[in-house]
Design a protein around this ligand. Structure first.
Ligand code: AMP
Length: 273
């Protein structure tokens, strides 16, 4: 139904730009919509809290839902179509015993390691959404760096012509990356949360002159001082996400952090050279 309607619109309006989200929208999401607005003839946004990508059921249950405000923000930003599928519509045969995607090493490092099954779930929902919308352009945030790489891999596996446009991370005034999960932080936790950006910048400033392991240790200590419990603090090749232990200035690097502020898990990354 949506597919048939979009096929007609594609002819009259031009390329379809798609922004998939899980709702609880903030300026980071809206920046994606604005970018899609600039580059596409028709802007489609989806809101769907995808059960198959949550390795922690509590995180799924507590995921913020603010649909009325979301619709208001999407209208102001110039979204043409809001796609709000139900679980049954996207997973007509249920969410168990699903096919597996061959994601290679991306599946088991960093987010993949700490959130087993997460990227299989991301591919499940993204493949279903991409089949429903068939966008020419797909807009996603650099905030989820590894996810962008996984989705590029999925696009290859699906052999579709969709082009992924990776958009810069939008931050709060103090540097904290905007995230729907920030809504779950209390005042003290919100104050502490800036440490992730501080730690990423500490890595950026020191990577050229000091040993990688030392820099990672110092960033980890900084996070702990602000009551973070880190899953990882890593430095990787920005093109392949291969972790690096030594650096001689030849590669473009990305620093990546995932850490818990009590029960709220936050992630962020920064290109560091
Ligand atoms: P989510 O609703 O968290 O699944 O995110 C939907 C899309 O918004 C993903 O492509 C995210 O990478 C992107 N996104 C989330 N936070 C930000 C941010 N602070 N800046 C830019 N994009 C973001």
């Amino acid at each position: 139904m949506l597919k048939a309607w979009l096929a007609v619109k594609r002819i009259s309006n031009g390329p379809i730009g798609f922004v998939p989200t899980m709702g609880a929208l903030h300026e980071g999401h809206i920046a994606l919509i604005r970018q899609a607005r600039k580059e596409s003839g028709l802007v489609v946004c989806s809101i769907f809290v995808n059960p198959t990508q949550f390795n922690d059921p509590k995180d799924f249950q507590k995921y913020p839902v603010t649909i009325e405000e979301d619709i208001y923000q999407l209208e102001i930003a110039g979204t043409d179509i809001l796609f709000l599928p139900t679980i049954e519509a996207l997973y007509p045969n249920g969410t168990k015993d699903l096919e597996r995607y061959e994601l290679g090493y991306l599946e088991n490092i960093l987010e993949g390691f700490y959130r087993p099954g997460h990227y299989q779930g991301v591919c499940q929902v993204m493949s279903r959404l991409l089949k429903a919308v068939e966008p020419e352009l797909l807009f996603m945030g650099q905030k989820d760096y590894q996810q962008c790489m996984v989705v590029n891999r999925l696009i290859q596996l699906m052999q579709i012509a969709t082009k992924l446009v990776t958009c810069p991370t939008i931050r709060e005034a103090d540097g904290l990356a905007m995230s729907s999960r920030n809504k779950r932080l209390n005042k003290e936790q919100r104050g502490n949360a800036v440490a992730i950006y501080k730690a990423l910048n500490l890595i950026k400033e020191n990577i050229g002159t000091r040993k990688t392991t030392e820099v990672i240790d110092e960033a980890t200590q900084l996070l702990k001082k602000y009551n973070f419990n880190p899953d990882y603090v890593a430095i990787a090749d920005a093109g392949t996400l291969e972790l690096i232990n030594r650096w001689h200035g030849e590669k473009k690097l990305v620093a990546l952090i995932a850490a818990f502020q009590e029960e709220v898990r936050l992630i962020d990354n920064l290109i560091i050279n």
